[in-house]
Design a protein around this ligand. Structure first.
Ligand code: 5AD
Ligand code: SF4
Length: 504
């Protein structure tokens, strides 16, 4: 997923007084935040923005306008990580103007204090498991002199006196003895039991919003950095999730997407054990909140994916007809080497549950090509799985070796050109599958949530319950309202989207 720039929607309890205070405060209390990576990161950024606004900061749209420049980073693959360092390198000139830089998220957690060596002008490095300490870190950062007042001596800061292990604040004095650099770290909380819960989430979309139900991951798939960067699994209580869902419904949200690295291993820790909910029960409960018309969830792990989830989708119409179930490979040998802890047959059993549901559930997946030791036969198994399942979308990635992960020690690396070839073969096959399967919707009518307008194409943009993009025209005399639900008659299909006309 590409980098995203987002505007904010401030919750009402933050509105008048807090916002006024923040707008009136000094210019140095402006921030620019760029987000890289997955939906979890996008949602973390919404919470970080809310926290900063509550602390008196104001969000701006460009680096030039900002006193504080923040990157919420992703390290799932090498390319994503590289983007962050390129960005830091491009913008180091701004340090001389007194701007402060902070690196948040997965690269922060993974690289830790080494970031200060690669980008010595960075003042804050904070992993996602430490976000609850952001207000204190921001106060320390605010109190620190900026480079405009304390000229930065790059050469002298190559081997800094680092922050106290795991987290804290340190001052590094340059050779000249006059350039104190403050380095604030939040890196020590990967063993935390706490989730980043805040009432100050600044959601970017007024109609559909994310709600985190579980953070971290205990699965330790052989290729994946997430358990190292996001820490151990910890769930919010169902009471707190439901309270947030009700609050969102009161604010006018109609679609909620429940988030976690592995939502299926959700474990409710509600105070009263009689009130504890399974994941499927939580899904149904959120979907029954008055005012909520659509509930989605991502991401699922096949190992923890229970039949009760399909039963819930069948029973509760507001649960969307879509399951994203990453398979990663169609070969048992590779699944075993990846430490996914399920077989192709077990995965297909879950697919069979979905296909036998009363509703037409759209199924999407993630795959990795070129995992160490993946033979032509293994790859052929992944291709045959695509045929067998008939996915509505496949997110395919070339295997990228990641620090600390067990797969780093595996032999038989696949050359990059071969990974690229396999990726191309896989995507071509999947495009054919989708072109054929999307055709079956032509002539039918689907309900969409109206999400936008493409002025150039004179089309409205909608999304179906199956999470398919449906672009449609509407008479000028009856334009649909953004955020409303509308019925659209489908006239044309492509491999990744549908086209239709508003039913008036
Ligand atoms: N290399 C390539 N793809 C990866 N993913 C996770 N780690 C790696 C890696 N090291 C993919 C998986 C996962 C998705 C979010 O990213 O397919 O489901
Ligand atoms: Fe990574 Fe596996 Fe956890 Fe998903 S389940 S976040 S792929 S370790």
């Amino acid at each position: 997923m590409s980098a995203t720039k987002r505007s904010i929607r401030v919750p009402p309890h933050l509105a008048c007084r807090d916002i006024l205070t923040s707008y009136m405060s000094a210019d140095s209390k402006t921030f620019y935040l760029e987000t890289f990576g997955c939906q979890m990161n996008a949602h973390d950024s919404e919470k970080v923005v809310g926290t900063l606004v509550h602390e008196g900061y104001r969000q701006v749209e460009t680096v030039e306008e900002a006193g504080l420049v923040l990157y919420n980073t992703c390290s799932i693959r090498d390319k994503a990580e590289q983007k962050v360092f390129n960005r830091l390198n491009d913008y180091k000139k701004y340090h001389k103007q007194g701007k402060k830089f902070g690196v948040l998220g997965c690269v922060a957690q993974q690289e830790g204090e080494k970031i200060f060596e690669r980008a010595p002008y960075v003042a804050l490095v904070c992993g996602s498991a430490s976000y609850q300490n952001l207000p204190q870190m921001l106060k320390q950062l605010d109190a620190a002199p900026s480079a405009a007042r304390a000229p930065f001596d790059e050469a002298s800061s190559r081997s800094p006196a680092l922050s106290p292990a795991g987290g804290g604040i340190s001052r590094t004095t340059g050779a000249s003895g006059v350039s104190p650099l403050v380095r604030i770290t939040g890196l020590d909380d990967r063993e935390t039991d706490k989730c980043f819960e805040t009432e100050f989430t600044a959601r970017t979309n007024p109609h559909r919003g994310y709600v985190t139900i579980i953070e971290g991951c205990d699965k330790f798939c052989a290729y994946c950095v997430v358990p190292y960067t996001r820490g151990k699994e910890r769930s919010r209580t169902s009471e707190s999730v439901l309270a947030e869902a009700r609050q969102m419904a009161d604010l006018g949200y109609t679609e909620i997407q429940l988030l976690g690295q592995n939502v299926n291993s959700y474990k409710d820790s509600a105070g009263n054990s009689a009130h504890r909910k399974t994941f499927a029960e939580l899904l149904a409960a959120v979907a029954e909140v008055p005012g909520i018309r659509r509930v989605r969830f991502t991401t699922s792990h096949p190992r923890d994916f229970g039949r009760d989830i399909i039963d819930a989708i069948d029973a509760v119409p507001t649960l969307c007809d879509h399951v994203h179930l990453p398979v990663q490979s169609g070969s048992d040998r590779v699944l075993n080497a990846m430490q996914r802890l399920y077989t192709r047959a077990q995965y297909l059993e879950r697919i069979a549950w979905m296909k036998s549901a009363k509703r037409d559930i759209s199924i999407t997946t993630d795959t990795i090509v070129g995992f160490p030791g993946e033979t032509d036969n293994d790859f052929a198994d992944t291709l045959s799985l695509l045929d067998e399942v008939g996915y509505d979308a496949v997110f395919a990635f070339k295997y990228s070796p990641r620090p600390n992960t067990p797969a780093l020690n595996l032999e038989d690396a696949i050359p990059d050109e071969e990974k690229a070839r396999r990726l191309d073969v896989l995507m071509t096959k999947q495009r054919e599958i989708q072109s054929a399967s999307y055709k079956k919707y032509v002539g039918t009518t689907c309900e969409v949530l109206v999400e936008g307008r493409n002025q150039a194409r004179q089309q409205w943009l909608g999304r179906t319950t199956q999470n398919k993009t449906l672009n449609f025209t509407a008479p000028d005399s009856a334009p649909p309202e953004l955020g409303s639900y509308a019925n659209v008659h489908i006239t044309t299909s492509f491999a990744n989207s549908l086209v239709g006309e508003l039913v008036v």
